[in-house]
Design a binder for this molecule. Structure first.
Ligand code: ADP
Length: 182
């Protein structure tokens, strides 16, 4: 059994920036350290907890508010929460910061051109064709974090480098396990 505090590592960035990919890789890494880890992912949450919501500003805020409630309960009970959500509004991200334990904002900063080139789910093409409305970066705003705790330029570094940066930051903040002394 390991002893570690809870925290909320919050990945924000455009669709296709790498939020889910990095969170998954980090999840495995932290699990290997014996940590209590939970992932909250936009795509998954929108098919369950918030499947009634759309993509208007109000619905996007409501989406994050519900997720924040979950992240709050987990992180205050010593769970490492890895949350990947576009979360385009700075004010909403500040709300999460205030509500959760040991909040760390990670800006996954691959620019629009790179995300569009990757077009992992074919959604940018659809958004450009007008088939998807309110698509972040194309027809809906993304307010870039002005002062993120961590900047992850996934267009300039490998997945391994990103994971290493995060592990180092967690270590620096005292959020990794320490052996329980007797
Ligand atoms: P998001 O969750 O931000 O929408 P995804 O993680 O679903 O993004 O998709 C990111 C895509 O970019 C994946 O197909 C991933 O393999 C690719 N990719 C390429 N280089 C990197 C990198 N250095 N870090 C993370 N993802 C990368």
């Amino acid at each position: 059994m390991t002893n570690h505090p809870g925290f909320t590592l919050w990945f924000t960035g455009l669709s296709g920036a790498g939020k889910t990919t990095v969170a998954r890789a980090l999840y495995t890494r932290l699990k290997d350290l014996g940590m209590r880890v939970e992932r909250l992912d936009g795509d998954v949450v929108r098919e369950s907890l918030t499947k009634d919501l759309g993509f208007s500003k109000e619905d996007r805020e409501q989406n994050i508010e519900r997720v924040t409630f979950v992240a709050k309960l987990l992180s205050r009970n010593n769970v490492a929460v890895l949350a990947s959500f576009i979360s385009p509004y700075a004010k909403t991200r500040d709300y999460v910061r205030n509500e959760t334990t040991n909040f760390i904002e990670v800006h996954v900063s691959a620019p629009l051109a790179v995300c569009e080139e990757r077009d992992v789910k074919g959604m940018y093409a659809k958004a450009r064709a007008g088939e998807i409305k309110n698509f972040t970066g194309i027809s809906d705003p993304y307010e870039e974090p002005t002062n993120p705790d961590i900047l992850l330029p996934t267009h300039e570094q490998t997945l391994e480098e990103s994971v290493e940066m995060l592990v180092q930051e967690l270590s620096k903040r005292g959020l990794l396990p320490e052996p329980i002394s007797n």
